[in-house]
Design a protein around this ligand. Structure first.
Ligand code: NAD
Length: 516
């Protein structure tokens, strides 16, 4: 298996875009082959501080340049991404070990969020009038001021799309970006950034740094005017605590233990096919993928038969084409975690319905899509996120029991409901404690709807990316009120004595005409 179809000179050229003045590097391994992909330069704390200083300077002109200028550049970047799509697919696959199909989802998502933010920013962030407190006496407007330079911290699993979902929104809102890449995802981010620089984004406006999470991630958190963190709940909590010291705003996109409910009126064949993709896309290394299935008893035998068969049929492989259905895990740590969750479940009495084994014959980090039954609370994989190709199936007796079981989690990121009745599915959807719920789909309905917010409740996060909500993270709202001079507001006791009656009368009139 080749480590990568990428030309080493192309990789070296991209690596040079990383902000690093030190000679320290780290070897990044290609998951498909286990061979070295590249030596990534590492950044120091001084590099992070320098990157913020340069980005702050560049941001002043970027914010002043206005929406039309930014939109034109971002739309040009969209077209460059489109032109370079095959190369981007190679980069994402080389670093993550995912299939070309799942890499395609990343590139498509990057295109969607680029287009969305370029075109939506003015509508969402243009200043506008608000109702004044005292008509004619004052007028009131709100103005959105870019926060400055955002610190964006991302994990390795969806390096291209996660970077785009935060960075492009920040740029569209008039902010600069200093991004801390995970070592395993840095190349994808650098390739994404290169398209934007080639489109006209000033090079100093978007810097990429890499290195130790605590040291370099901590330095980014310390310097940023706003922080977008994506990663585990444990690290997200650390970032939030650090940000609290300087009262810096944060959005936290964290882990999940996402449930899928199959109601007894669902088509078992379609539900099984959709569940297979929802559980094993990117081999489960996806924050919104499904790790728990609750199926109503009436449909359970048919669903389980189809789900097991569909899972067993998945073609696992590492090619740089569309021939495989599922790819490889990304790192040795991931393989260790997945293997530990499965061994622990088996040791404590779970049954493996499908899969359950590593596949070193295919490559060093392959692990079979695995379906477990009989998973109980004493098992690691019951409540903790596996972040791998492992799903538990539990048969329940009612819709109510399914909802209670699905909500019995510290997480609340994504959920899915399969049903033949739109009404019933909608009733269940609103009862689920999650930031997104997909009906008759696993996660792609909400994930692709970039005009709608994405995020989690409970331990799955704080704040939302995408949609207007995602853009509004990057601005301060300033309320600007102007006294018109037509009349003066009361200043002295004698003024109040004269005006209290008319003002109270005005309050009554405003209520009568239902003016807010
Ligand atoms: P992680 O928390 O270990 O690392 C995420 C990033 O944080 C990395 O770049 C890391 O270097 C950096 N980091 C580590 N310590 C830091 C610190 N003290 N300060 C600042 N940054 C620090 O997560 P991971 O294992 O790389 O990613 C997997 C996790 O991410 C899973 O839990 C998954 O569910 C979650 N995730 C969530 C979403 C979402 O949108 N909700 C998306 C993708 C992944």
């Amino acid at each position: 298996m080749p480590a990568s179809p990428l030309d080493p000179a192309f990789i070296r050229d991209l690596d040079q875009d990383l902000t690093s003045t030190s000679t320290a590097t780290v070897q990044v391994v290609a998951p498909f082959s286990g061979r070295m992909l590249h030596e990534l330069p590492l950044s120091s704390k001084a590099d992070v501080e320098g990157a913020f200083a340069r980005a702050r300077f560049a941001q002043l002109a970027w914010a002043r340049a206005g929406f039309a200028h930014r939109r034109a550049i971002l739309l040009r970047a969209h077209d460059i991404l489109l032109e370079r799509r095959e190369r981007l697919l190679d980069v994402v696959q080389s670093e993550t070990g995912k299939t070309r199909g799942q890499a395609f989802e990343e590139v498509f998502q990057a295109l969607s969020v680029t287009r969305y933010n370029a075109l939506a920013a003015r509508r969402v962030l243009a200043g506008r009038r608000r109702r004044s407190g005292v008509p004619m006496v004052v007028t009131t407007r709100i103005h959105y001021r870019p926060k400055g330079v955002a610190g964006i911290i991302t994990p390795w699993n969806y390096p291209l799309s996660l970077a785009a979902m935060d960075a492009v929104a920040a740029l569209a809102a008039g902010c600069g970006v200093v991004q801390k890449a995970d070592n395993q995802g840095a190349l994808s981010i650098l390739a994404l950034r290169r398209a934007f620089i080639d489109a006209g984004v000033p090079a100093n406006l978007w810097a990429v740094v890499a290195g130790d999470g605590d040291e370099i991630g901590g330095a980014v958190t310390a310097e940023a005017d706003y922080i977008c963190f994506t990663g585990s709940t444990a690290t997200g909590t650390k970032v939030a605590l650090q940000a609290a010291r300087t009262l810096t705003g944060v959005s936290l996109e964290l882990g999940g233990k996402n449930p899928l409910i199959v109601l007894d009126d669902a088509d078992p064949v379609k539900a099984a096919m959709d569940a297979t993709y929802a559980c094993f896309s990117s081999l489960g290394q996806l924050c919104v993928s499904i790790e728990r299935i609750f199926v109503e008893r009436g449909v359970a035998p048919a669903f389980l038969r189809e789900f097991q068969a569909a899972t067993a049929r998945l073609k696992m492989g590492g090619g740089f084409d569309y021939s495989a259905d599922v790819g490889s895990l990304t790192t040795q740590a991931q393989l260790d975690r997945v293997s530990a969750h499965v061994s622990d479940a088996i040791a404590k009495g779970a049954t493996v319905l499908t899969g359950g084994r590593a596949r070193p014959d295919l490559g060093p980090l392959f692990f079979e899509p695995t379906v477990l039954s009989g998973v109980t609370p004493d098992m690691e994989c019951f409540g903790a996120e596996t972040f791998g190709p492992v799903v538990s199936v539990t048969v329940v007796d009612s819709e109510h029991e399914a909802i209670l079981a699905a909500n019995d989690s510290e997480f609340g990121l994504n959920a899915s409901v399969m049903s033949g009745s739109a009404q019933r599915a909608a009733r269940v959807a609103v009862a689920l404690e999650a930031g997104s719920v997909n009906i008759n789909e696993g996660y792609r309905g909400s994930f692709s709807s970039v005009d709608a917010p994405m995020g989690g409740v409970k331990q799955s996060g704080l704040g939302r990316r995408n949609g207007p909500e995602g853009l509004l993270r990057f601005v301060e709202v300033v309320t600007i009120s102007r006294a018109t001079g037509v009349l003066s507001l009361p200043r002295f006791g004698s003024d109040f004595a004269r005006l209290a009656g008319p003002l109270l009368l005005l309050a009554g009139v405003l209520k009568a005409v239902r003016r807010r």
